[in-house]
Design a binder for this molecule. Sequence first.
Ligand code: 5AD
Ligand code: SF4
Length: 482
Amino acid sequence: MKRLTLDNIDLSLEAPLEEPARQYYFIAKARSFMGELSKKLGHTPTCAVVTFGCQMNARDSEKLVGTLEQIGYQVIEEEGKADLVIYNTCTVRDNANQRVYGRLGALNNQKKKNPHMRIALCGCMMQEEAVIEKIKKSYRFVDIIFGTHNIYKLAELLVTSFTREGMVVDIWKDTDKIVEDLPVERKYTFKSGINIMFGCNNFCSYCIVPYVRGKERSRSPRDIIREIEALVADGVVEVMLLGQNVNSYGTNLEEEITFAELLQRIEEIPGLKRIRFMTPHPKDLSDELIQVMKNSTKICRHLHLPVQSGSTRILERMKREYTKEDYLKLALKIRKEIPDIALTTDIIVGFPGETHEDVEDTIDVVKQVGFDNAFTFIYSKRTGTPAAAMEQVPEDQVKKEFDRLLKVVQEVARERCGQLVGQVEEVLFEEINGQDSSMLTGRLSNNTTVHVKADESLIGKICPVKLTEARGFYYLGELVKT
Ligand code: 5AD
Ligand code: SF4
């Protein structure tokens, strides 16, 4: 990968206009402030990046951390001890917003004790005008605010904050730009997320994502492959291709390419062992994609296919562009073609106008498909989306329906999880088990978690494991000697 270096950047010159050279200039410039800041603080400046929300945000945070390390910050976990705290926010549901406001209160107290401390907010929540107004009015101690489209500008904004008083606010409404080749610091050495596209053009009626992440933009296959090749050379064996709606990958590119074709090209990268992706939309999941998955040795046996609701009436109001029958037909076709696949989903309960009968339809889909796992969410009204103007379902009714659905989801998932007991499957070991340090936790190709007695040195390795016991949603297993 083409890497710009920080050496030989002449800070007496004006900042270059083209990216990423401009950001490398500002990384070098921000670094020149670190000596003085260290003196004032009495230690190397520390920073913590806190991620809310989805895997897209997690990947963005890795880019923020990469930039901060280059600047000279020591990256730490505890925000309570950090001299710079960045919240990379989510706004898909209101509870994510409330958590940010709650935690900001605590940061204010911390900042009162540490006058050199800086607080930065970025990500989806910052793309909402009402949020910016609220922060400007009630959270004046925040130093930097930026959004989703200019997340790559962290170094530049930090320099602005170092050189002038007051809050630095830089929010863009949308962008056509994709800035490549900024520093990244991965959370895991052996696996990585890769953005293949940004934004979403679907405008499901409940969803705020298209408003805060902008219109769809695909990265060129060449850039994606180049990034994955560099990651593999650096020890990565598993990639997760990220996009809000991966099926429409390529639509804005000059070169004609489908998502399935991109997968086939990625499959050819030597040394890469596992390929995952999220999230496909049921309305345009092609037969071509099913066949590519079926014939692949690297694409994992897992498909996360958000259904959102099982009721055709509600799906129509959600603007999902498929019916209950369409979804069932698709899911059953996938199960038939790829019998060992795990199907997982997202479900929203309490969408405006949803009745007991609608939830019955959803439960019917859960049972018929037999989801291996499902994320169930209570509908959250998002200002500016069409569903916010529809008549809302009373809270107590939603709660009852939610509990009813969750029970079925859990029963079905538990049943599915037991099916592999006794079999030998490959596990990618990811980390030391949180409860028992003599065990490692890893994942099957189908994404189910497995706990195995094994040595730490196996982290990042794929090993055969006999699945000895199913415990609800995970397995216990034993290493198989090879
Ligand atoms: N309320 C509740 N859940 C939502 N999601 C998206 N928007 C909302 C909302 N307004 C859920 C969908 C989506 C997942 C990422 O978040 O199920 O698939
Ligand atoms: Fe939101 Fe629908 Fe786009 Fe997913 S596909 S991000 S639910 S608008």
